[in-house]
Unconditional design. Structure first.
Length: 96
């Protein structure tokens, strides 16, 4: 289902960019954003929870998980997010 929706979005953007060449950058920008979100979804599998709530890695960890949350194929992170252990670790990091 998600693949069909994503294919529809991309085909629509490509047809619009063919009709309006000045707006072709929009298709490229969306493709880049979706690629980055997909890579973040994969990266979340291997990222350990940071020990401290501040610092470069803690910020990077939050950003990667935020971007991964926007990717429709991120079923593993969604399932992990429902785990009580993961919820406790995220609460320890973010304070929320």
């Amino acid at each position: 289902m998600e693949a069909t929706v994503i294919d529809f979005i991309f085909s629509t953007l490509m047809s619009l960019s063919a009709q309006y060449p000045d707006a072709a950058w929009l298709a490229v920008a969306l493709s880049v954003v979706m690629t980055v979100c997909g890579l973040c979804a994969v990266a979340t599998v291997w990222m350990p929870v940071p020990k401290e709530t501040v610092g470069l890695y803690a910020v990077f960890y939050r950003w990667v998980h935020a971007l991964a949350a926007h990717f429709g194929q991120n079923k593993g992170a969604v399932a992990d997010g429902k785990s009580e252990t993961v919820k406790a670790e995220v609460k320890a990091v973010t304070g929320k």
